[in-house]
Ligand binder design. Structure first.
Ligand code: PMP
Length: 361
């Protein structure tokens, strides 16, 4: 007879209490839920990749240091020479590495709320304390509340997304700098949506020794390849490198990303198109009566309706998938988030939303 094993006696209680990160099925749907770039690569670039993909040495482990890829990234993203660069299997993995490295007994990870949910989840994964300081109702930083939370909790690490997800806004840079100066720990500015914002804190790395900047290629068009990066001083990154699993960036990711980076102009042009579509979509959402629309510096738009769950379901019936944030935080009551898609997708979304709102009157 086998022994009766009970996961509740083996698995950590905070893990038992977690709900797994839910990714809804999207087959056949207009997918506007996950901040992906909706555009494919040009055919010429697709065939260039197809041409070498068969020859990629998949029988060998990838270069653990991704030396060539890092050199290309430094050039393409204008990373300062004095700073180190660490790569992750998406920026999700980098958040996890930072949390593992800073999770001393009683250490706290601090962020704002609402923010990217993985900040809180990964704090729990790493057995850290988590403090979420609410944003103001206009989604700006509550600097007084943040400074007093920093004083009280002395966080080992603060994560701020710039622009923020799911609200889409950029925080005030002066307030961010005050936070960086006030904290005894490190501050990671997550610039996942940098391509759509036109601003960065990267030029402050020299001045602030506890500042780190995180980027990803996911929103720029390479979400499927999974490549995130951390930029900062060698004294921090050499410690984080010890926790990075040696082959975390696959050989396919290394080869394909390098090729795509030689055509960075393609991705940047697509980001430009997304920004233009965002302005268009924002204006059209603004013109609808029953909505409150929030300004965005990212590739998505947050808006408030009267009955978010009903509208979300009706859009889903019309094969349009967006993100329902109702119930996830008090400040997101009846809020929905839509990713900017292609002009055709956006038109379909706007027409469907308009139809749903009209039938409700
Ligand atoms: N940071 C923010 C603010 C995000 O919104 C996301 C994705 N939704 C990520 C990080 C993770 O991106 P990835 O792991 O694909 O690099």
């Amino acid at each position: 007879m086998t022994q009766p094993y009970n996961p509740a006696e083996i698995i950590r209680p905070e893990v038992l209490a977690l709900k797994a990160y839910h990714v809804p099925p999207a087959t056949g749907m207009i997918k506007l839920d996950a901040m992906e770039n909706p555009y494919a690569l040009p055919l010429s670039l697709q065939s260039e990749i197809a041409g070498f993909a068969g020859n990629v040495p998949i029988n060998r482990y990838p270069d653990p240091n991704a030396t060539d890829l890092k050199a290309s990234l430094r050039k393409a993203l204008a990373i300062p020479d004095t700073m180190d660069l660490m790569l992750g299997n998406g920026s999700d993995e980098i958040i996890q590495i930072i949390a593992m490295a800073t999770a001393r007994p009683n250490a706290v990870l601090l962020s704002v709320e609402p923010a990217f949910v993985m900040f809180r989840m990964i704090a729990i994964f790493a057995n850290m304390g988590y403090v979420g300081v609410p944003l103001k109702t206009d989604f700006s930083l509550d600097l007084d509340a943040l400074l007093s939370a920093i004083k009280q909790h002395k966080p080992a690490v603060i994560f701020l997304a710039y622009p923020n997800n799911p609200t889409g806004n950029l925080f005030d840079e002066k307030a961010i700098l005050q936070i960086i100066q006030a904290t005894p720990g490190i501050v990671v500015i997550d610039e996942a949506y940098h391509a759509f914002a036109g601003t960065s804190i990267i030029d402050k790395l020299e001045q602030y020794p506890n500042l780190l900047v995180m980027r990803t290629l996911s929103k720029l068009g390479l979400a499927g390849l999974r490549l995130g990066m951390l930029i900062g001083r060698p004294e921090w990154l050499s410690e984080f490198e010890k926790l990075r699993l040696p082959y975390n960036v696959s050989v396919m990711t290394q080869f394909i990303t390098q090729t795509v980076l030689h055509h960075m102009d393609v991705l940047l042009k697509q980001a430009e198109q997304i920004r233009a579509e965002r302005a268009n979509m924002y204006a059209q959402l603004k013109s609808m009566d029953a909505l409150e629309v929030f300004p965005s510096d990212a590739n998505f738009i947050l808006f408030r309706v009267n009955n978010a769950s009903e509208i979300f379901q009706k859009l889903k019936q019309k094969m349009i998938l967006i993100k329902n944030l109702d119930g996830t935080h008090a400040l997101l009551d009846n809020c929905l988030r839509v990713t900017v898609g292609t002009p055709k997708e956006n038109t379909q979304f706007l027409a469907s939303l308009h139809a749903i709102l009209s039938e409700k009157v």
